[in-house]
Design a protein around this ligand. Sequence first.
Ligand code: ATP
Ligand code: MG
Length: 393
Amino acid sequence: MKELFLLKLGEIVLKGQNRRVFEDKLKAVTRRRMAHFGAFRVSIRQSTLYVEPETEDCDLDGAWEACGTIFGVAQMCRCRACEKDLDAIFRTVVAYLGDELSAQKSFKVESKRSDKRFPLNSIQISQEIGGRLAEAFPHVAVDVHTPSYVVNIEVRETAAYVHGPSVPGAGGLPTGTGGRAAVLLSGGIDSPVAGYMIAKRGVEIECVHFFSYPYTSERAKQKVLELARLMTRYCGRMTVDIVGFTEIQEAIRDRCREEYFTIIMRRFMMRIAQRIAADHGAKCLVTGENLGQVASQTMDAMAVTGAVVSMPVFHPLIGMDKEEIVTIARRIGTLDTSILPYEDCCTVFTPRHPKTRPVLDQVEAEESRLDVDALVERAIENTQKVAIRYYED
Ligand code: ATP
Ligand code: MG
């Protein structure tokens, strides 16, 4: 019989009344993701998402990989369905897992029976199939404590399912269950990871990027769009708002004291991002800031930066070490693009001695030399919207 995927739901199972909402979102996301790989049937039964190919020409490997990026899934297994009958189960294990099993030192069988009408209980199923497998694969020892391989059998309402070890899913909550956020996306390592982490909690994201042509190049912008594209693998399609920031940066350079350049620039980013976020129906801002990483990320500096907006500003990386952030960037596939050596607008006009402990009154006094509202307005008018999706089709 055919191969299919069983995706075990994560935290959703803890939800009470609104569990249906979470499940419906998860099915919708899964259907959208699978569409690229062919015709799949997607349904939820008994805390499990069934993803079944409907035609022969489905790209199962591609679909399986894509399932690993669906938030809300805790564990996944690729399995084969068969009749709920011991002989059929045994034949399926041999045909489907025989090669893998044969290469092992030891094994055990683990069974689950959610169809209570099946005459054998789970221990009996394991004993029966385990015994037959021990005879058929005499060179692989039975080891119920620390086997090198586990043969799984699930007898469910619909059929029996046979699979090897399951693998972790993407975790988190289904996209679309947690509202919408605007991520300030630079070309660095941190902000794509921050966006990924907030998206993992079920949040849809939009990105805002500031660029300062000609101080930053077209290639730097392309790099950011590529980072956004890589993020859509997990969070789904998004819009990137590219904000021309040159006029603001030049105004700050011309009018304000050098040690305030960065903090004032960051406050402009927040003001503009908040406006764009509201346009997209986003209710919070997200940055890749990380306490103590650079002068603008001290507690005082972050307080002064955040004080200029009324939306909550989330910093998912705030307490992480760089190494932990890099590990996630590598795993989600953004690291190689992030480390391409293009300039960011933050590195234009960087002060030699930035204020690490800015005081709000003083920063506001410094800003009063600028026509803040007009600058913000023009920057917003000067914004290019780019729709991003993972696949071109
Ligand atoms: P990253 O690796 O994300 O660039 P960083 O450690 O280099 O972070 P900064 O350059 O100080 O830190 O920026 C802090 C945060 O401000 C970034 O994580 C990002 O959220 C936002 N940010 C910085 N530059 C830009 C930009 N050009 N466009 C949009 N957001 C930006
Ligand atoms: Mg940066």
